[in-house]
Design a protein around this ligand. Structure first.
Ligand SMILES: Cc1cc2nc3c(=O)[nH]c(=O)nc-3n(C[C@H](O)[C@H](O)[C@H](O)COP(=O)(O)OP(=O)(O)OC[C@H]3O[C@@H](n4cnc5c(N)ncnc54)[C@H](O)[C@@H]3O)c2cc1C
Length: 350
């Protein structure tokens, strides 16, 4: 066990203060031991993966941070339907995608290059380039902190939606995701749902390796892979999720701004492009003079230019959010989880 570890070094935004303790566990027994210790000391417990979807406050997190390290892989069943595989939550997500692609198991290739750990993937149902991880998940293996019971939750119970699941809502803080079961499809042709990806793949063989290489190249051009050599790299990816508004509100906006991108959702609402709203509200790529600004490659990524504080990022996020609201009366919601703050997200970004 180490004490007082700076979370700046464990998050991709590279801001934030210290955690009181930082521990790791590779078995449920070890995880429960740490949880008991935390309880005895009266410390809150936080599971941290790659720290790529969190914004840690400058005062830090006054508790114990636990990192899960199970990197197992077990084939549960293989048939003409596909391969049913259970994978430890401690895998680096992109290592697992590379492994699936190497084995010619179709289903995750468009999710190449997303930072973080596998155990975090179901939390916000990671998605990119027309795929969402929830589509391939059969079940999540979990450890319930309170009872110490290990169980299996079917994907149909997880409430997967756009960047959403029950792990973010009513189950928040309740479980450690120890492993995830996937159903993948050996040898099946990849589905290219995303226009830019289809265009870039034209004339090239539609193998999983090619799709993965193309997705990585597109992501790299937008500073959306973790690369310390890229000046835009200190980010949490997209800082705001695409807002979903009622159909009549979308119709009003479309009347005023016919060129506005919009996509209908399954429940008859309309998803708007947060990136488009931000740019139209007067915040172009690279915007901001201070230590925090917008990525010069991707307007949705708020970046730490090197010596930003969490407070700088909050100020920037609040300014962008207010600007979008002023222009379009649409309220952007942040994607990363805010850790250690004593005020709500709404108060912080007001
Ligand atoms: C450059 C960049 C690009 C990105 N691109 C995308 C993208 O295309 N699509 C996308 O969806 N996201 C994207 N993200 C966001 C992020 O990578 C994902 O949300 C990722 O799944 C977070 O994983 P993590 O291990 O870093 O989680 P962390 O940031 O460490 O944690 C996020 C949340 O998950 C919880 N958590 C983590 N591990 C576990 C576990 N084992 N059990 C229970 N809870 C857990 C944490 O407590 C926290 O609440 C991007 C981020 C960056 C920096």
């Amino acid at each position: 066990m180490t004490t007082a570890v700076s979370l700046r070094h464990h998050t991709t935004l590279q801001v934030g203060g210290e955690a009181r303790q930082f521990v790791s566990a590779a078995t449920c027994q070890q995880a429960l031991h740490h949880a008991r210790e935390a309880r005895l000391q009266g410390l809150p417990l936080l599971v941290l993966g790659g720290g790529s979807n969190v914004l840690v406050c400058d005062a830090g997190f006054p508790g114990m941070v636990l990192r899960w390290q199970d990197r197992s892989l077990e084939i549960l069943h293989q048939s003409s339907d596909g391969v049913h595989v259970k994978v430890g939550g401690g895998w680096v997500w992109d290592d697992w995608v590379a492994e699936a692609v190497k084995r010619d198991w179709t289903g995750l290739e468009c999710l190449s290059g997303i930072p973080g750990q596998l155990g975090a993937a179901p939390i916000q149902n990671i998605g990119a380039y027309g795929q969402e991880v929830g589509q391939q998940i059969v079940a999540c293996q979990v450890l319930e902190w309170e009872s110490g019971v290990e169980s299996r939750i079917a994907a149909s119970e997880c409430g997967f939606g756009y960047r959403d699941s029950r792990f973010k809502r009513d189950w928040k803080g309740r479980y450690l995701v120890t492993a995830v079961e996937f159903l993948l499809h050996p040898g099946q042709a990849p589905q290219l749902r995303y226009k830019e990806l289809r265009q870039k793949m034209e004339g090239r063989p539609h193998t999983l390796q090619e799709v993965r290489a193309t997705v990585l190249a597109i992501r790299r051009s937008k500073s959306m892979v973790w690369d310390p050599a890229d000046p835009n790299h200190r980010s949490a990816g997209s800082f705001f999720v695409n807002p979903i508004v009622a159909a009549d509100r979308a119709a009003q906006l479309a009347h005023d701004y016919p060129e506005m991108p919009k996509w209908p959702t399954a429940d008859h609402n309309v998803k708007l492009s947060a990136a488009w709203l931000i740019e139209q509200a007067g915040f172009p790529k690279g915007w901001g003079q201070g230590p925090a600004g917008l990525s010069s490659n991707h307007v949705l990524a708020l970046i730490n230019r090197g010596n930003a504080s969490a407070a700088d990022l909050i100020d920037l996020a609040a300014e962008v959010r207010r600007g979008v609201h002023r222009r379009f009366a649409v309220t952007l919601q942040p994607e990363p989880e805010f850790i250690g703050f004593d005020r709500s997200v709404e108060e912080l970004l007001a």
